[in-house]
Design a protein around this ligand. Structure first.
Ligand code: NAD
Ligand code: ZN
Length: 244
């Protein structure tokens, strides 16, 4: 029997979910973690506990953040993001669950309520105590002047980018929304993820267990290729362009 194509899987699905990793944003110029030249080959991530324990480490985290921002703030959605946005707007995909923190799914036109951000968002900062939201521009200015990491004006709590660091608890609400979306889906399309970072990487298995089809688009092999119904080892933009 001829293997079903991605188009056929989408056609036969009533409730698809897309799950993305750093690979969907490399064509926008943001490096992933695990490819050669990826962020991890250049610097060690700062653990949440260390961020909380030391003002010097918080200052280092903000220095890195603003240095990276110069490089990445100009990033624009690529054809992969746009094709996924088109699938959402045609009603083929109910949710986009992402490990990315770059806001490019929202920038490509996916309504914010359909994007589930498992690892938060790097385009703003939050007080870790009261949840007050901060613009990065104001923090950048005061950091440039004082060299001190920011504290909350309302409660004096520690302020951190809206991302989930290693060692930091996963956001409960987003995990619950992701679980609901996965339990209700009949097709799980994983795009540009090495599927190595847990608990996020548990979602494709959860989808399979409850009877959904699993399709993986990734240039390299993943540990879950063997359980997938279709694996496409190719570039994301090229693979998804027909769905624009
Ligand atoms: P990962 O780096 O572990 O894996 C990315 C995968 O995408 C790799 O297997 C790579 O082969 C593949 N890939 C890269 N570019 C591709 C392309 N153009 N076409 C096809 N495949 C391509 O990423 P992950 O699984 O998302 O896990 C890493 C963690 O890093 C996540 O927790 C995420 O929060 C964080 N992260 C986010 C960003 C971002 O927001 N853009 C960037 C780097 C890291
Ligand atoms: Zn506060």
């Amino acid at each position: 029997m001829e293997r079903q194509s991605l188009a056929e899987f989408l056609e036969q699905s009533a409730r698809a979910v897309v799950f993305t990793g750093a690979g969907v944003s490399t064509e926008s110029g943001i490096p992933d973690f695990r490819s050669p030249g990826g962020i991890w080959t250049r610097m060690k991530p700062i653990m949440f506990q260390d961020y909380m324990a030391s003002e010097d480490i918080r200052a280092e985290a903000w220095r890195r953040k603003f240095a990276m921002e110069r490089e990445f703030s100009a990033a624009k959605p690529n054809d992969g993001h746009k094709a996924i946005a088109a699938m959402v707007s045609r009603g083929e995909v109910s949710h986009v669950i992402t490990q990315n923190i770059d806001n490019l799914h929202q920038d490509s036109g996916v309504p914010a309520e359909k994007v589930i951000e498992l690892h938060g968002n790097a385009t703003y900062a939050l007080c870790l105590d009261c949840g007050r939201r901060y613009d990065l521009g104001a923090i950048r200015e005061s950091f440039a002047q004082s060299g001190k990491p920011p504290y909350c004006v309302a409660c004096d709590g520690i302020v951190k980018t809206g991302t989930v660091s290693f060692g930091q608890p996963m956001p409960e609400g987003e995990m619950r929304r992701a679980e609901e979306a996965v339990l209700g889906c009949d097709l799980f399309l994983a795009v540009g993820s090495s599927l190595q970072v847990y608990p996020a990487a548990g979602f494709p298995l959860m989808a399979k267990r409850q009877g959904a089809c699993l399709v993986i688009v990734n240039r390299e092999e993943t540990d879950m290729d063997c359980v997938a119904d279709l694996v496409i080892h190719d570039e994301i933009g090229e693979t998804l362009r027909p769905f624009l």
